[in-house]
Design a protein around this ligand. Structure first.
Ligand code: F6P
Length: 457
């Protein structure tokens, strides 16, 4: 391979620049030119194919900083329609004009779907990223366990029941995705901060975190020591939830509850699920925490709070907060920087071996710790060709305690034991209250990158 292209698709994560950096460093070693395509698949559709050379003379451009969140080549949720042959052919022709021998897409499951039709024209490899940690398998034959069920509206007409009582950690395919550790870092800190205000004012805080149908971020929030964690994979049992809330509130005069945004009850998703207006038609989740607050307010009632003069009404005792996009942004912590970069490098190696429609994976075993590997993208698909978001396996969560199970705690240990580097703490110390921040406006990499963007004639 002489020249490859790289793009970032879907929602951003803090580890994207680190992954691009790892890919470019590996390409420098192998003497491969790397072009960054601007704004994901959206840029490919544009007749001018905006692009930047990321390693002129095989040296990485200075704007590419693995410590900076976001993506310096921009991202979009635009995907190429696999049925639109004309569009696919014109994309392929443009890539040929730019003399691109292969493509690396940094993304999640939507990106694999976007990459698949392109892989019929040139070799494509995915370097994974998603804060949701839902790209992967609890074990290799998991996709075969999905069945079609028209009545299951929650999983868009599919249903899954695991044939395993417990996962074996060494068998997990793609143990963790870059971006997840930083998201958990932000969420855990947010919970610690919300805790003290709930505690002081005798309130019940409901903190909603991202993750769509997957409860990994919610489960990882356990590091912030919330009292209860509700994940989308386990249907809410209201009497049980309310009993536990009362127990906790009676004892400690406040409660902190974390809910994954896709949490559901017997009726379906608690919050609203709507299609985004972007071309990918992504599903957006909203309102789970508010809905749960309404239920608690009604079930607990005003008298419950009045009896000990804690609050005049339930409405003022219960409050909701969304951690929101902060969990997706900012400086990546060491774990994400390091393994994001490793996966970027692995993707280049896979592409260089001319393996097509594959993804780089990050696996873990007791014996070897984390190692990168590769997987054919089709291994993630069920028999109908659908890729399902990886669910938190029931063996990782204790429904009784609303917390990670013993196995769940073991799952987290290798990720978070050394997830934060000393330099992460140093960066906060030296940067946040630097007097320079008051003097100088934020210097966006978009401004510098604009000077480098080139177009096809
Ligand atoms: O998939 C990543 C993710 O951050 C989800 O956790 C979340 O539901 C969604 O993207 C938010 O998307 P947007 O930024 O388009 O609102």
């Amino acid at each position: 391979m002489k020249r490859i292209a790289i793009l970032t698709a879907g929602g951003d994560t803090p580890a994207l620049n680190a992954t691009i950096f790892g890919a470019v460093q590996k390409a420098n070693e192998l003497g491969i030119e790397v072009y960054g395509l601007i704004k994901g698949f959206g840029g490919m559709i544009s007749p001018q194919l905006p692009h930047v050379r990321l390693n002129p003379l095989f040296s990485t451009i200075p704007e590419l900083d693995p410590c900076q969140g976001g993506t310096l080549i921009g991202a979009s949720r635009t995907y190429i329609d696999s049925n639109d042959k004309k569009q696919l052919q014109s994309v392929a022709a443009r890539m040929e004009r730019l003399k691109i021998d292969g493509l690396i897409c940094i993304g999640g499951d939507g990106t694999i779907n976007g990459m698949q039709p392109l892989s019929e024209y040139f070799p494509c490899v995915l370097a994974p990223k998603t804060i949701d940690n839902d790209l992967g398998l609890n074990y290799i034959d998991e996709p075969n366990e999905w069945v079609k069920d028209e009545n299951d509206a929650i999983h868009d007409g599919y249903r899954h029941s695991s044939t395993r009582d417990a996962v074996s950690l060494g068998e997990i395919v793609n143990y963790v995705t870059p971006g997840y550790a930083t998201a958990v870092f932000v969420v855990a800190q947010s919970i610690e901060r919300i805790r003290t205000t709930a505690e002081s004012h005798r309130r019940i805080a409901i903190v909603e975190v991202m993750g769509r149908d997957s409860g990994y971020i919610a489960l990882g929030a356990a590091y912030g020591q919330p009292d209860m964690i509700l994940i989308p994979e386990v249907e809410l049992d209201y009497p049980k939830v309310i009993r536990r809330v009362r127990e906790l509130y009676d004892m400690q005069k406040h409660v902190v509850i974390v809910v994954g945004e896709g949490v559901q009850d017997a009726e379906g998703q608690l919050g609203a699920k709507s299609k985004s207006v972007d071309p990918a038609g992504n599903i957006l989740f909203s309102g789970a925490a508010e809905r749960l607050a309404e239920i608690l307010i009604k079930e607990l009632g005003d008298d419950y709070f009045r009896k000990n003069q804690r609050h005049d009404e339930a409405k003022s005792a219960v409050f909701t907060r969304k951690v929101g996009h902060t969990q997706r942004g900012g400086r990546p912590i060491l774990f994400d920087r390091f393994y994001g970069a490793q996966l970027g490098g692995e993707a280049v190696e896979i592409l260089n071996r001319k393996q097509n429609n594959h993804l780089a994976t990050l696996n873990w075993t007791e014996e070897f710790g984390f190692t990168t590997g590769q997987l054919s993208a089709n291994k993630l698909r069920d028999q109908w060709g659908t890729i399902h978001a990886r669910e938190v396996h029931s063996s990782l969560y204790s429904e009784q305690r609303f917390q990670p199970s013993e196995l769940g705690r073991q799952y987290f240990a290798p990720i978070f034991k050394n997830a934060i580097g000393h330099e992460d703490m140093e960066a906060i110390k030296s940067h946040l209250f630097s007097p320079d921040n008051l003097l100088t406006r934020y210097q966006s990499f978009n401004v510098e990158m604009q000077k480098r963007i080139q177009y096809l004639d």
